[in-house]
Design a protein. Structure first.
Length: 392
């Protein structure tokens, strides 16, 4: 058996042809606890950035009949991560979390789909603790200025002219009460990492942030706004949920998509620093150490959205468009070192940059199927791929 081969499975479209549908990011829970329901957004367009008053309809697909069941609307969304819509870890069958706009401010919402009761969170959600106790928030208006595809239109960054404000950064949200507090400021992060810039001041923001598998620590990408004509640089840091024990995993360089394997180890595509001995590559790092291992550089040749299967036996991966505008889905067996190309999908080339449609493949809870977003049928749609019977 070849070490790498093409499987080219056939996907099932879950969504209708009346509008554009998508879920969003690859590491957010789209499938309900029983795997019967799949969350998604429905929008009327996909060829431009959302404006402040553009609405996304939120709902779930019942996988018994593929019907879309709407339950809310929001103006706090983008095409890369949606409204951060996801199932509540403590109640993954009937409670969802998403972001919304209240006047000129953004906030999170916790909604019980059975009772219809909801409560508000003081700040919008960027990631949720897998135990369901906390969420974290970052500055979405600042994000919009940095990368519109990941922020929300309609609210100005009140600290736009402050390179690293002392009153903004990472906020911890209590999901029960909705109350939030600042745990790590951008000023503290600047003081922790400023040595890299040798006296030059830089404007910072947090782009991505994720709890580990037991909610005890966070990893986040700290990025500097690019100078005119330049590119941003990324530092990778971790910290306890309460903001203590800050640790620099990698100083400013290149770092991209990541996924926690367990409470201590994470996979990340990174390069250009002392913790990246083989250049830009997929690595596995151990938190609070400089221990690093390369993950099969002959298979993982480019950056992709990486995620471990629920049992941690497999790695799911995708690609950006090739020269023919096809995106590819891959599956890799961690123990055998064998990989498959599961399928390839045409990607509308006019949907590029911040309005692109990445596949963003996502595992179901059982680890027997994945879902992904794609435009290969001419509209933004959500698909399911059954992995039963695969031998790898």
């Amino acid at each position: 058996m070849d070490r790498i081969k093409d499987e080219l499975l056939k996907a099932e479209r879950l969504t209708a042809e009346d509008d554009h549908y998508f879920f969003g990011y690859y590491d957010t829970p789209a499938w309900s606890g029983s795997d019967r329901h799949h969350l998604c957004h429905r929008v009327a367009f996909c060829d431009r950035l959302p404006r402040a008053n553009d609405r996304a309809e939120l709902g779930y697909i019942d996988l018994q009949d593929n019907r879309f069941n709407a339950f809310a609307e929001t103006t706090a969304w983008n095409f890369q991560q949606g409204s951060m819509l996801q199932w509540h870890p403590a109640s993954p069958e009937d409670t969802v979390i998403y972001n919304s706009r209240n006047g000129s401010d953004y906030e999170g919402v916790v909604l019980n789909l059975t009772t219809g009761k909801s409560h508000r969170l003081e700040r919008p959600v960027a990631n949720v603790d897998p135990t369901g106790r906390y969420a974290v928030s970052i500055d979405f208006p600042r994000m919009y200025d940095f990368r519109p595809g990941y922020g929300y239109a309609g609210e100005a960054d009140r600290n736009a002219h402050i390179p690293h404000p002392h009153d903004d950064g990472i906020h911890l949200i209590d999901l029960s009460s909705g109350a939030s507090r600042l745990t790590i400021s951008l000023q503290r992060l600047w003081e922790f990492t400023q040595g890299y810039f040798q006296g030059e001041d830089r404007k910072l923001l947090i782009n991505h942030i994720t709890f580990n598998t037991d909610g005890s620590r966070l990893v986040f990408l700290l990025r500097c706004f690019p100078r005119e004509g330049g590119i941003w640089k990324t530092a990778v840091l971790t910290a306890n949920t309460d903001g203590s024990e800050l640790f620099l995993l990698a100083d400013y360089g290149y770092a991209s998509h990541y996924h926690w394997r367990d409470r201590e180890r994470l996979a990340i595509h990174a390069g250009e620093a002392e913790t990246h001995p083989e250049g830009a590559q997929l690595y596995e790092w151990k938190d609070q150490t400089r221990e690093v291992e390369t993950i099969d550089k002959s298979f993982f040749r480019e950056d992709g959205h990486c995620s471990y299967s629920p049992d941690r036996r497999y790695m799911l991966y995708d690609s950006y468009p090739d020269n023919a505008s096809y995106r590819h889905l891959y599956l890799y067996n961690q123990s055998t070192g064998r990989g498959l190309k599961l399928a390839s999908y045409y990607s509308l080339p006019e949907l590029a940059g911040d309005i692109r449609c990445d596949l963003h493949p996502r595992w179901n809870r059982e680890g027997t199927a994945i879902s992904f977003d794609s435009t290969h049928e001419g509209r933004r749609q959500v698909y399911r791929l059954d992995l039963h019977g695969l031998r790898l």
